[in-house]
Each structure stands twice: as structure tokens, then as C-alpha cells.
Design a binder for this molecule. Structure first.
Ligand code: ADP
Length: 247
């Protein structure tokens, strides 16, 4: 987020470098139940982002000192593969992935009925196969579909998307160039049935009015993503019922 480039990110007609208008998100594709050996899984593409989420549990929590006698804990591991970015990323956890794992688990705790499974752990693995900005949102979107695919009782599923500012324009769903050279990035995740916010971060600078506009754009897009998440789960459910897929 340098805030400056000679590249024109938004042209005079308001069109972005990937052909989108300010309020358009990238193409979203979601598939539920893509892995045989996890309890639940999902694959998400948001533009050039490619993300896999896998869920195990509820199962007995190890190490035992992490157990909570009143509810299950959600342990999330967000991992960016070495080959997911243009320069090979150093493998393994770093401060950024620890932070994203934590905020993702905290968002998911707001919807999973953890009180049904005392002392248990629900483990969520998010693998970023290809990154192009917005991976924490794509990861959370995938993780909530994977939890639902695992049959874990939830109040709702969570869609997430970012909005931000680049070239002085408030834009929905920043791509990598807009994120790198833009002025602000605001990832948002909500519980669609109540419009409660479960994740909201901000990197960079914008005015109060620009921030409100960015949040409005992201809210609208979250509701569109929610429909795509539900469609993916319905498709998975009918495939399992019809015996076309592994259960
Ligand atoms: P998000 O992916 O949620 O937008 P960031 O704003 O931290 O999170 O990162 C923006 C983008 O920058 C990532 O999607 C990725 O394309 C790139 N990026 C992040 N970390 C690295 C890294 N260690 N090496 C190379 N590129 C990275």
C-alpha cells in the first residue's frame, strides 16, 4: 500500500486495469466438498485468488490445556504457499499469517455453535494457492462454506470482501496492483442474516465519507457472495443426495 504509482489504476471513464467499474467485484467461483479426506472442504476463486479450505472436527482438543469445558475452540491456520505469489514466498508462518489466522478464527466463532461441543476443537486450514490481494476475505469465505460442508451447526455462513481506495477512487474488491499502489484497504466480513460485522480492518488512509462508501460497497457485495456460497452448498447437497459424489 504505497499510495503512489505512475500506472493509471482508474481511467477517465472510471474503468479499472482489469476492466471493472468501481463497484464491481471480481468473478467468484465456489465449490463445496472438494476433498475426500477432510470432514468439510471448499475451493474458492475470487479473481486470480485461489483458495482451499479444509475442516476437521469437532474432535477432542489437543493439546489438552487448550480445552474449554464450556465450548469448542476454533483453531485456524492460514497459510500462503511459497508458489502463491510472483516472488517465491518464504514458507512457514510469519506475523501476517498468525494475525490472519487469529482474526479468521474470531470471525468464525461468532457463527459456529461452539457451546454444543465442550472440550472439542474445530480445526480450519486455509491454503492460499494463488494470491492477488483479498486472500484473507477469500479464505474466510471458503472456511465458512467448508464448516457448513462438514455439517457443523452454525447460525449463518460468513461472506467477506474488501473495498478500498486507489487513484483517489473508492473501489470494491481491490486487485493486487490497486492494493499495492492504492491508498487504503478495508476488508469486511458480515453475518448476512443480521448484518452484524464480524471482521473489519483498515490499512491506509481515507476520509470518513470514503470509509462509509467503502463499507457500503463491501456490505452489498457480501450479500451477493452469500448467495454464491449458498448455491455451492445446495449443489453439493444435491450431488451427495443423488449419490454422484463421495459423502
Ligand atoms: P490480503 O491478501 O488479505 O489482501 P494483504 O493486504 O496483507 O492481505 O496482502 C495483499 C497481497 O499482497 C496478497 O494477496 C498477496 O498477493 C501479496 N502478498 C502478501 N504477502 C506477501 C508475501 N510475503 N510475498 C509476496 N506477496 C505477498
Amino acid at each position: 500500500m504505497s499510495g503512489h504509482t505512475d500506472m493509471v489504476l482508474v481511467d477517465d471513464d472510471g474503468i479499472r486495469i482489469d476492466g471493472r467499474k468501481a463497484d464491481e467485484h471480481r468473478r467468484v467461483h465456489i465449490e463445496a466438498g472438494v476433498l475426500n479426506n477432510a470432514d468439510g472442504s471448499a475451493y474458492v476463486e475470487m479473481g486470480k485468488n485461489k483458495v482451499l479450505a479444509a475442516v476437521y472436527g469437532p474432535r477432542e482438543c489437543h493439546p489438552r490445556h487448550l480445552q474449554d469445558p464450556t465450548k469448542a475452540i476454533i483453531q485456524c491456520k492460514y497459510n500462503m504457499e511459497a508458489f502463491s505469489v510472483s516472488d517465491r514466498k518464504r514458507p512457514g508462518p510469519d506475523r501476517r499469517s498468525v494475525e490472519i489466522s487469529k482474526i479468521t478464527a474470531e470471525a468464525l466463532e461468532k457463527v459456529v455453535l461452539t457451546e454444543l461441543y465442550p472440550r472439542a476443537s474445530i480445526d480450519v486450514y486455509i491454503e492460499i494457492l494463488q494470491a492477488n490481494a483479498g486472500t484473507r476475505c477469500a479464505g474466510l469465505t471458503a472456511a465458512s462454506v467448508a464448516l457448513a460442508d462438514a455439517g457443523i451447526p452454525m447460525r449463518d455462513i460468513i461472506p467477506a470482501i474488501a473495498a478500498g481506495k486507489a487513484d483517489g477512487h473508492v473501489l470494491l474488491d481491490l486487485n493486487k496492483e490497486e492494493d499495492n499502489y492504492g491508498q487504503a484497504d478495508v476488508p469486511l466480513a458480515i453475518i448476512p442474516s443480521t448484518d452484524e460485522i464480524v471482521l473489519l480492518q483498515m490499512d491506509g488512509d481515507m476520509t470518513r465519507e470514503e470509509f462509509d462508501h467503502a463499507v457500503d460497497l463491501a456490505f452489498g457485495a457480501c450479500h451477493e457472495l452469500y448467495d454464491i456460497q449458498k448455491e455451492a452448498l445446495k449443489k453439493r447437497y444435491s450431488a451427495v443426495k443423488g449419490g454422484d459424489e463421495d459423502e
